[in-house]
Unconditional design. Structure first.
Length: 409
């Protein structure tokens, strides 16, 4: 008799974004004339940079010739031409030295942040921020690292670290000892950032407790404040205890193209039950190359083009456009009396729902009355209740129109 992995049955409802899509589709079917403005899922709206398109065309032509055609990426972890550019531009420029074999190119930070736990014991105690990007929690539920969900939506066996307005959405160290810590800064969903000092506290904790930090830096390109670290490796000692996830999705509009990378320092160790150390880098390499056959050549050529002079300039223009939207959202909502966070170093604005409305009630009201789609804070965890996320990924005209409709709510 075939048995299911019953851990999957512990998962609550559907994944957040399909549930939003379902509600929006139902509303749109019933109201075909409604001009819906989507500020929900963080999906980009602007086309790819011309430099990226040009590189893709060239790569397609190469694939058409016998001499220039490429099959599998032999290394399985990304072409050297891309990994070299990543190291030079994303790390060396910020004083961080990495070796080529510490970079693993993949098809998305969602997959990488979700998959990484697989090479770590199911006995580890995991800690997540609350609110949190649901992938970190759900993948640990699937792996059997939790008990059932309680009435408040929290799973037993996970340490939730509240991120509130009072702590600037950067959590305090947990009281209980934890082994695996998920941090995401600039933060999804709150749009908060962590300073070097705040990240140092976490790095020191991980070093003192032989723990590992999974650091999701998918939104680092949106940082405008020079004092904010873009990489956790800007913190002394982080290479011993942190894995970093990056993505071209939001940085360069690759949500439909798919390219990302994970940094696994060679000096990072985990432990066997007998206390002996194990290098994590070769384990991730083994896992990556066993279950994944690499990102297409055309896509990696496109990713490499984001580091050319033209590519960088064009990508910056698009990020500036999104961040101008965030500024409009922040200032309009502030004028309307909303309590607003984020949106300065991140493409997400996090607002308190008015009059204590539940976040799903506010979602429904906003959809029905203003035809604007956002993301209910409760979808990111219990501490997200009473909050709501608006994404800056849209065009300015739509964002302004959405704000006009907010004013009429
Ligand atoms: C979000 O809206 O939180 C993101 O788009 C999710 C993702 O990148 O998977």
């Amino acid at each position: 008799m075939i048995k299911v992995n019953e851990n999957f049955l512990k998962l609550q409802a559907g994944y957040l974004f399909p549930e939003i899509t379902r509600r929006v589709r139902k509303f749109a079917d019933a109201n075909p004339n409604a001009q819906i403005i989507k500020l929900g899922i963080g999906d980009v709206t602007e086309p790819l940079a011309p430099a990226v398109i040009e590189a893709m065309h060239k790569a397609v032509d190469e694939m058409a010739g016998r001499d220039t055609f490429r099959g599998y990426d032999d290394s399985g972890v990304g072409y050297e031409f891309l990994r070299k550019k990543i190291i030079e531009n994303d790390y060396r420029s910020r004083g961080v030295d990495l070796d080529l074999d510490e970079i693993f190119v993949s098809d998305g930070a969602k997959c990488d942040t979700g998959n990484f736990q697989e090479i770590l014991s199911d006995r580890n105690v995991i800690a997540v921020t609350d609110p949190v990007y649901p992938v970190y929690v759900d993948t640990n539920v699937m792996a059997g690292r939790t008990g059932n969900a309680k009435n408040n939506g929290k799973y037993t066996g996970i340490v939730y670290m509240p991120c509130t307005a009072e702590n600037g959405f950067v959590p305090k160290l947990p009281v209980e000892k934890v082994d695996l810590i998920y941090l995401c800064y600039p933060n999804n969903p709150t749009g908060a950032v962590a300073t070097k000092k705040q990240l140092s506290i976490w790095v020191d904790y991980a070093r003192d407790n032989k723990a590992v930090i999974l650091f999701d830096a998918a939104y680092e390109a949106f940082i405008s404040d020079d004092s904010i670290p873009h990489s956790i490796y800007e913190i002394i000692g982080a290479k011993d205890v942190a894995i970093e996830f990056r993505s071209f999705s939001k940085t360069a509009g690759f949500t439909g193209l798919r390219c990302a990378f994970t940094v696994v320092p060679k000096q990072l160790k985990a432990y066997k039950t007998d206390g002996r150390t194990v290098d994590i880098n070769p384990l991730w390499n083994r896992r990556h190359c066993t279950k994944f056959n690499g990102v297409s050549y055309v896509t990696q050529a496109a990713a490499a083009a984001t580091y050319t002079t033209q590519g960088k300039k064009q990508i910056r223009q698009t990020i500036d456009l999104y961040m101008a939207n965030a500024t409009v959202i922040r200032s309009s909502l502030t004028k309307l009396g909303y309590e607003v966070y984020g949106g300065i170093n991140a493409p997400y604005v996090w607002l308190k729902t008015p009059n204590g409305a539940s976040s799903w009630d506010f979602f429904d009201r906003l959809l029905q009355k203003a035809n604007v789609v956002g993301t209910p804070g409760a979808g990111f965890g219990a501490a997200g209740e009473g909050y709501f996320r608006l994404s800056a990924f849209n065009n300015l005209e739509n964002v302004k129109e959405a704000m006009t409709r907010f004013a009429k709510l």
